[in-house]
Design a protein around this ligand. Structure first.
Ligand code: GCW
Length: 636
């Protein structure tokens, strides 16, 4: 018996299956095509299809090539699924999904919007997961990488939502993870790579820019040093041959104390391109993170603005990166807060390949103890229009920090699996609606029950704004406890070297980033810059991200800024309680174990939401001495 769930792949019997589901013909030859056939056989049987010897059938037609698209047509009373092996796999999962949801099967052709759709694991070699909220790593156990049945089940989950890449280890590479490059674990990496590959998922590794120093015995890691270049070349030539599933490296350089080209007076492009040329002969690519900022700030220095840093570093290098280098850009300019504007790099880079990085691991969004469904956030980013078009049309790839671990339900909070699901589906098709994704996930996970589907979808769709209301007002962010990032501590980061600061006094709150302040709004170009640059035109949900304002600033609905913050905290908390009550009403309709687990998490969410409300409201009340206009008790 397996000690973990199959999430949305736990197909539940249906009575209304079409007759062709009892017979499959076609013998795909590629590993992915074979996987498609196996998934269909097992999936249709689980859905309750009775095997038949004749009559209408589902036909698989494998085409040559590495393409990922598929088409479905009808011939003689049954469907023909046709495409290269990888396409068949995605088509197979699409068919199973549609049948499981009771949708009618129609002719279609489908292909993914982005060629690279991946998850980044922050798994450490010792089995811990940085910012992991779902147990330990299932890629590393006992201080080394492992390949077992869970590796394969994970690959199935990724393929079932259309994902095709997975970076195994933390971008903060340390300890035994440095050995992933040295040959010590080539055999296991090969097995992992092959297992993932069977489901069309490419393997990526995070590497340290200082590897030539740390493992190569060289005196430098200078990207222009010939010995350094030779070392990377030789390392790649061994590694890529030993691990055929390897697609390239992910690199966090010059970021939060990690080594990088800056140490040697070289640019980010010189660093990235050196690695690009080392992996090029093997068709490899480099994913170079843009999370570069000064994390040793003096809080008295009002010129340094962390929100500016990534654009200031990378925009001047637009066009300087090699073809096989992609910049990995976090969705917002600071760091995965529940509300941030879109990173200006994503809308302003013209001649550089870029991938958007989301964070499914809920570091700042409730750590998988609070429900916070991120599809609306992802949609908001993807649909955002910059001067040269929408983010979704300009991005070359999407990735997300994974929220999985070895917990039996994979994601700690059962409802957090909806984040993984939605991310995959949006990578395939960013035009999908959040509402239909919520229903899809609920239907696949809990089976056909209208009340469950409505309730779960409603909870998911509201959850992000609810979380936002009782935590971070109006884009301010960063009121969390330093280090752990869980729970409120409004002054926690205030005098801290990491930078984000609200500089609240008894009169005003926020950092001015408009033309009269750090000037960060100009990074968005003329039109957007002007819109963000003035408090009058700035979208209200981002008001305190971009502006420093007095507490009696009038919001559009006539309330003062402070009253709005008080109200949001009360409202968010009440909404969290209402979501928990809605879940309670599902008792007996969802599996008992899941019901209890989610109920327990809701209790913690309510406790924590009240704490957030009381701490943030009391803090502002004590600072301003302005009472709540509605006379509610706001102090602890
Ligand atoms: O938000 C920060 C996290 C770090 C993380 C870093 C990053 C992997 O607190 O834990 O390090 O972002 O994205 O590199």
């Amino acid at each position: 018996m397996c000690d973990y769930s199959q999430l949305w792949l736990d197909w539940k019997p249906r009575k209304d299956l079409p007759p062709w589901t009892g017979r499959i013909i076609g013998m795909p030859a590629s590993p992915q095509g074979k996987a498609a056939l196996r998934e269909l056989r097992e999936g249709l049987a689980a859905l309750g299809a009775a095997a038949k010897e004749d009559g209408p059938c589902l036909r698989l037609e494998e085409l040559p090539g590495e393409g990922e698209g598929y088409s479905l047509s009808f011939e003689g009373g049954g469907p023909v699924l046709s495409g290269p092996g990888r396409g068949l796999l995605y088509g197979a999962f699409a068919l199973l999904r549609q049948l499981s949801l009771g949708e009618s099967i129609r002719p279609e052709t489908s292909a993914p919007r982005y060629p690279l759709r991946m998850l980044d694991h922050w798994d450490n070699a010792d089995g811990s997961v940085e910012r992991g909220y779902a147990g330990s790593s299932f890629f590393f156990r006992g201080g080394r990488p492992v390949c077992d049945a869970r590796t394969r089940d994970y690959a199935r989950l990724l393929a079932s939502v259309g994902l095709n890449g997975c970076c195994l280890n933390n971008v903060n590479v340390s300890g035994e993870a440095l050995e992933l490059l040295t040959g010590k674990y080539d055999q296991t990496l090969r097995e992992i790579g092959d297992t993932l590959e069977e489901y069309g998922v490419g393997l990526w590794l995070s590497v340290s820019f200082a590897a030539p120093l740390d493992r190569g015995g060289l005196p430098t890691a200078d990207p222009l040093d010939p010995a350094v270049r030779r070392w990377w070349g030789e390392t790649c030539s061994r590694l890529f041959r030993a691990v055929p599933g390897l697609r390239g490296f992910l690199v966090k350089a010059d970021s939060e104390g990690r080594p990088g080209p800056q140490t040697y007076g070289r640019t980010q492009a010189e660093g990235a391109n050196m690695l690009g040329s080392a992996v090029l002969p093997f068709g490899g690519r480099i994913l170079w993170r843009c999370f570069v900022y000064n994390c040793a700030q003096d809080w008295r220095d009002s010129q340094t603005d962390r929100a500016r840093a990534q654009y200031d570093t990378f925009a001047p290098l637009d066009g300087a990166f090699a073809d096989n280098v992609l910049l990995q850009v976090k969705n917002g300019p600071v760091d995965f807060q529940v509300r941030e504007p879109v990173s200006p790099l994503l809308v302003r880079l013209e001649r550089t390949k870029r991938m958007v990085e989301f964070q499914l691991a809920q570091e700042y969004t409730g750590q998988q103890r609070h429900v916070c469904w991120l599809a609306p956030l992802m949609k908001e980013v993807l649909d955002f229009a910059g001067p040269a078009g929408k983010v979704k049309d300009r991005a070359d790839a999407l990735c997300a920090v994974s929220n999985t671990g070895d917990d039996p339900n994979w994601t700690g909070h059962d409802l957090a699996a909806a984040n993984l699901y939605a991310f995959g589906r949006l990578c395939w098709d960013p035009d999908l609606e959040a509402g239909s994704l919520a229903r899809e996930w609920a239907g696949l996970t809990f089976g056909p029950d209208r009340l469950v589907e409505d309730t779960v979808a409603d909870i998911l769709l509201r959850s992000r704004e609810v979380y936002e209301r009782y935590t971070a007002p109006l884009g301010l962010g960063w009121l969390c406890t330093p280090g752990t990032h869980y729970g409120p501590s409004p002054e926690g980061y205030e005098y801290d070297r990491w930078g984000p600061s609200h500089k609240a006094t008894c009169r005003e709150i926020g950092v001015e980033r408009g033309p009269g302040g750090t000037g960060m709004t100009a990074q968005y170009g003329e039109v957007l810059g002007a819109r963000y640059g003035s408090a009058d035109t700035c979208p209200e949900e981002l008001l305190l991200f971009f502006h420093r304002l007095p507490y009696d600033y009038r919001m559009k609905d006539g309330r003062t800024l402070l009253q709005r913050i008080y109200d949001d905290h009360f409202l968010g908390c009440a909404e969290a309680e209402a979501m928990a009550a809605a879940w309670d009403a599902l008792e007996g309709r969802v599996p008992e174990e899941v019901f209890r687990r989610v109920r327990a998490r809701f209790r913690e969410q309510i406790r924590s939401a009240r704490e957030w409300r009381d701490v943030v409201n009391s803090w502002l009340y004590r600072l301003t001495l302005i009472p709540d206009g509605k006379g509610r008790k706001i102090y602890l």
